[in-house]
Structures are given as C-alpha cells and as structure tokens.
Design a protein around this ligand. Structure first.
Ligand code: 4NP
Length: 159
C-alpha cells in the first residue's frame, strides 16, 4: 500500500494499471507485471482497472485470455473494475494504457493528490505512446508483446 515518503525516486509499493474496459490490456499487464516482479524478487502490489464501467465484474475478453494463456499468463480469474478517485491514495504509481486513458484518469484526480500517472507503452522503448486496443484492432498477441516489453522496461527502472 501507499508508502509515506514523497520522494519521487522512491520505488513504488503499489502500481495500478488502467485501460478503458479492464478486459484486455490492463488485466494482461497486471498478470505480466506480477510475473515479472516475482521473477525479479520485487514485492510490489499490482492491480488493474478500467476508466469505463461497461464490463465491471466481467472476466477478461476470451481472445485476450487465450493469447495470454499461449504465453503462460493466466488472466481468467481476474474481474473488471472501474477506477475510482480513492485509487489515487491506494496506489503509488498509476500507469495508463493510452493517452486517452491518461486524460480520463487525470479527470478524476482528487484535489491535492500528487500520485504520478504515466503512460505505460513508452516504458517499452518502442517509441509508442499507446498500447493499441486489441478490442478494436483484433491484435491480441501484438498487445501482449508490447505489454511484455513495457513491463521489462518498468522492471529495469525499478531495479
Ligand atoms: P481494454 O479494451 O481497454 O484494453 O480493456 C476495451 C474493452 C472494451 C471496450 C473498449 C476497450 N468497450 O468499449 O466495451
């Protein structure tokens, strides 16, 4: 949970990854980041959420679940939830799957809160600012590959 320091260089104790529906990109990122953190021996809490409420309570998208399973990530038990203003106090770092998610997250930031909200994709080093949404592109494997690269970049920064 939230650590007490305001040092911006401090390692976050908790990370929230946010996309639009919380059924494709962010639950995948939640599972990949959990696996990468465990492999790196880093004890950091990870959760995911969506800016929208259409899929609250639902399991991840079937094709996303299959693409993740093909690479040994099990996201089937995750359930979608919507980001809430209280998440700004609950998490030390919030990562957005694309610029429009970032704007929607910032729109509900509580007054006075300074939790960093950053784009996730640039951590991949690919030069992309967005994880293209496979719900619309159909490219679930591509989204997963970019998520993996972004997680690798994040882990490198955290070590
Ligand atoms: P996600 O993909 O943001 O990666 O979970 C989407 C899932 C559902 C919708 C949009 C994006 N939707 O409009 O229902």
């Amino acid at each position: 949970m939230t650590h007490s320091t305001t040092d911006p260089t401090a390692r976050p104790a908790s990370i929230l990854i946010v996309c639009l529906g919380n059924i494709c990109r962010s639950p995948t990122a939640e599972a990949v980041l959990r696996a990468r953190l465990a492999a790196a021996g880093l004890d950091i809490e990870v959760d995911s959420a969506g800016t929208g409420d259409w899929h609250v309570g639902e399991a991840p998208h079937v094709e996303m679940t299959e693409a993740a399973a093909a690479k040994d990530y099990d996201i089937a038990a995750l359930r979608a939830r919507q980001i809430a203003p209280a998440d700004f106090a609950r998490f030390d770092l919030i990562l957005a799957a694309d610029p429009s998610n970032l704007r929607d997250i910032e729109a509900i930031r509580p007054a006075g809160n300074t939790t960093p909200v950053m784009l996730f994709a640039p951590l991949s080093g690919s030069g992309q600012d967005a994880i293209p949404d496979p719900y619309f592109t159909g490219d679930f494997a591509g989204a997963l590959a970019l998520v993996e690269a972004a997680c690798d970049g994040l882990i490198a920064q955290l070590q």
